[in-house]
Design a binder for this molecule. Structure first.
Ligand SMILES: Cc1cc2nc3c(=O)[nH]c(=O)nc-3n(C[C@H](O)[C@H](O)[C@H](O)COP(=O)(O)OP(=O)(O)OC[C@H]3O[C@@H](n4cnc5c(N)ncnc54)[C@H](O)[C@@H]3O)c2cc1C
Length: 443
């Protein structure tokens, strides 16, 4: 097929957002008698799943301190449930296990889940938390200083490759064209709007551009000639010259035991475990103190990753010129090292006795990767330069499969109230999302 020179909608990026938008847009065009998937073109410089969506461990949870995030995730979980098997969605649930310092935050999360009808159970008090874990989940549970557990009954995790290819198949079945190996190199502007997308293989004229480019968002931002530094109003104070984008390194890895080693008391797949702790963390190798500050980890048995897969707190990448390419496991700089393996396997042993002598089973293979964050670490879903819809999820996003469905509606002129708290304007107006006491930048 010839290289296209025109398409009504050009979507940059074949990750979770680009593909979800493509399929939902094709469906919405058809439903409204406005066109079909043949009006939609997806281009990706590498391949389907070549970005963060392809390396994400796939956790899907509603545990957010920010009401707007909770609503958005509840919507996304419904989208996962629409085609759970097709997307490789495992609705095993999710547990947020916390120390006293986070108790009040989690109470609020629980109450809001009740208000929006998102099913969960809340356990309070050290003795009751231990009892709940040992009787209902893992009889070898041993984590100390835990005074609350939020057990979400929905959510769990998804198989990233399967969900992306399922979305791509559905989009293509509606007539969407997905072109890989085509890199966007800039935009042609006319009257302040994008008139064509420039690529390494030629220009493509368009009415709308949608960019869902994950960690590459800064490049697209620069192509749109948007500011590198912005003003942020926070609690009435104005901060000038705040970096628009910062990078974090997401640390993840796998313990190379059979996934069945991590089953629950009933011999079934357990909920995804996320523990934050203020108890000192000691090495499971030599007993030395790893940290006496707040720390956190998450894990799940996963047949896709062939073991117990999970991660720990990310760290900021404090340098000016961050090389996003080569990305993921091909990156020479941004993969996890032995420090992560030591901390994470010790964290597993802190949680469950069965992992006490298993640190040697850690799979020594490249994993983890970069994420690109906004000034308040929450997504921006907004239109820039009149016709460029930016889906900049601030690394929250594999779970947000439903964002594409909402964006498709906005592209057709139907504003979605659920997306309003994620507009760029919030940095100037000071309507930022509330901040929790979790050690993770996205909770
Ligand atoms: C290690 C790790 C673990 C994670 N775990 C989770 C998790 O458990 N749960 C969760 O919800 N989220 C998780 N995330 C976050 C989540 O993966 C991302 O927020 C989400 O996948 C971003 O999706 P996207 O579609 O915006 O971008 P991506 O999936 O990054 O896709 C962007 C695509 O754009 C293409 N592209 C970039 N620039 C250009 C260009 N100039 N021209 C053409 N194509 C271009 C790239 O090739 C890429 O394929 C994790 C992230 C990381 C890094």
């Amino acid at each position: 097929m010839a290289f296209p020179t025109k398409s009504k909608f050009v979507i940059i990026g074949a990750g979770i957002h680009g593909l979800s938008t493509a399929w939902h847009l094709a469906m919405a065009l058809k439903a409204n008698g406005l066109g079909s998937g043949r009006d939609v073109l997806v281009i990706d410089k590498t391949a389907i799943g070549a970005g963060a969506s392809g390396i994400a461990c796939g956790i899907i949870r509603n545990n957010y301190y920010q009401p707007a995030m909770q609503e958005l995730i509840a919507h996304s979980v419904s989208v996962w449930e629409e085609d759970g098997e097709g997307y490789g969605y495992h609705p095993v649930g999710y547990m947020q296990i916390s120390p006293e310092v986070m108790h009040e935050d989690v109470v609020q999360i629980y109450h809001r889940q009740r208000d929006i009808g998102y099913e969960s159970v809340f356990i309070e008090g050290e003795a009751d938390c231990m009892k709940y874990m040992r009787e209902n989940v893992f009889e070898d549970w041993q984590a100390r200083n835990i005074t609350s557990i939020l057990h979400e009954k929905r959510g769990g995790y998804g198989h990233n490759g399967r969900s992306l290819y399922r979305l791509a198949d559905k989009a293509e079945a509606e007539g969407v064209r997905i072109l890989t190996g085509v890199q966007v190199t800039g935009f042609d502007m006319k009257g302040g709007a994008v008139s064509a997308v420039q690529t390494d293989q030629g220009a493509i004229e368009c009415d709308w551009v949608v960019a869902g480019v994950g960690p590459w968002v800064r490049t697209i931002w620069d192509y749109l000639d948007l500011p590198k530094r912005i003003e942020v109003k926070d609690n009435g104070r104005v901060h000038k010259g705040v970096n628009m984008w910062t990078y974090w390194m997401l640390q993840e890895g796998t313990l190379g035991v059979d996934p069945s080693y991590g089953l629950n008391n009933q011999g079934k797949m357990p909920p995804v475990i996320h523990l934050d702790s203020d108890a000192p963390l000691y090495s499971s190798e030599d007993g030395s103190l790893i940290t006496d500050r707040m720390w956190g980890l998450y894990y799940k048995p996963d047949t896709n990753f062939k073991g117990i897969q999970g991660g720990a707190m990310p760290y900021t990448v404090d340098r000016e010129n961050v090389a996003v390419d080569p990305y993921g496991i091909d990156s020479p700089d941004f993969i996890v090292g032995p420090e992560f393996a030591h901390m994470w396997t010790s964290g597993l042993a802190h949680c469950q006795k069965r992992y006490e002598d298993k640190y040697r089973m850690y799979k020594d293979e490249p994993s983890g990767g970069l994420g690109c964050f906004t000034p308040d670490s929450f997504p921006i879903f907004d239109v820039f330069r009149q016709n460029c819809y930016l889906i900049a999820d601030s690394n929250h996003g594999y779970k947000m499969i439903g964002v594409g469905k909402l964006v498709a509606q906005e592209l057709l002129g139907h504003k979605q109230g659920i997306l309003e708290p994620f507009r760029f304007e919030r940095f100037k107006s000071g309507e930022l999302h509330p901040v929790s006491s979790s050690p993770f930048p996205w909770s």
